[in-house]
Design a protein around this ligand. Sequence first.
Ligand SMILES: [Zn+2]
Length: 449
Amino acid sequence: MKAQDLILKHAPMSIQNIAISLYNNNLYRERHAGVYKKMMEYYKRCPTISPDEVREEQQRKLADFLHHATENSAWYAPYKGRRLEEFPILEKSDILQNLEKIATIKEDQAIIFCTGGTTGSSMKVLYTPADIQERFAIIDTFRATYGYTLGKKTAWFSGKNITQERDLARGTLYRDDHINKIRFFSTFHIAPRNFEAYWKAFTDYAPEYIIGIPSCIVDLCKMALDRGLHFHGHVKAFFATAETIHAGHREVIRKALDCPLIDQYSSSEGAPYILECPHGSLHIHPLSGIFEVVDENMQPAREGEILVTSFTTYGTPLIRYRIGDRIKLAADDFRCSCGSCFPVAEYIDGRATEFVVSVDGVRIFIGNICNSTKGVQGIQCFQISQHSREEILVKMVCSNKFDIFQELKFKEALRQRLGPDMIINLSRVSEIPREKSGKFRVIKNSIAI
Ligand SMILES: [Zn+2]
């Protein structure tokens, strides 16, 4: 067991809070070192540059990035001197099976990110420290336009399970980072029976900003509204992560918290960014990378799947990476009233409607479900079908690394999320077909709630 897990399991809450504060502080120190300051200045200047300068700068960054990839990655070496359109499409399965060949650095030089990837497989990518510092410079510049800086009182709802069984009885479903003023809430227990504890911890804390998975906070807000409760503090902005937002989300957040819900698109494997401006447009950030929108024949289109090339993935170059999401571009003559010349996406088709319903009626969203493959070896992809509240079928495509121990680990992770009463049937299959749209669905749910 890792030191972190030991502390979470056995230490008193005050010690856990100190441990979390120190852990976080180290994380921030790493992110804010190196090129971070220079990149902050660079991205702060972006809104003032002209469309021609943006195009030129994007081409310069692209050329640098492709040169680096073809010089340093064995996977991309055959494409030296080629134009972007001539590069092969990179599939998730390529990263899963050929990371060593694709990556330009070794694990001991890298910042390693593991994700419960959106196709249901656990994916690992290697970042250089400069990749991470540039990514945080982009995010921090973006959040600063809404007044946010590190150290402002923030409630954070992430997919990390930070609580233990005993916290349920005590109602302590959060941990505090006192150094950076962040209260981390568990998102795994948002259910009517725990509502009072969550609401008290949230309202007592009175955050200025919220960061996290929108569907989790929406569920909490719905419960508050059902009870006729409103939050009397003042939240300046709620930055959504991990899921795309739909109109219903915004409505509930406005009613319960009276704050704007700000959308952002990226991914932990390093996709470039789409960021919502204060005028409500989703601006593609052309200096973070390139979004190609393609139809089902992989031809350029206005609406369809995206292939992303990301300038902040020098460690594991993503070039024409088929990330599995779809967008629709706004009309060419659309000009956002914020004045930015960055192109606009009309919508991002996320996975917002994908969830499993637990036996007692709680919706467990895809972000949390996908996390259950974290640290489990040998699952290439999985799909959950649910036709009743009591039972799910999990189809899995597995390699020979998936043995009985991995199976137990995976089942336990699912059980933690779905509750002890859910019947979980695992079934190995050789293939899981995609939808007609080309999208892979992790959850197919035929029960209404
Ligand atoms: Zn705008």
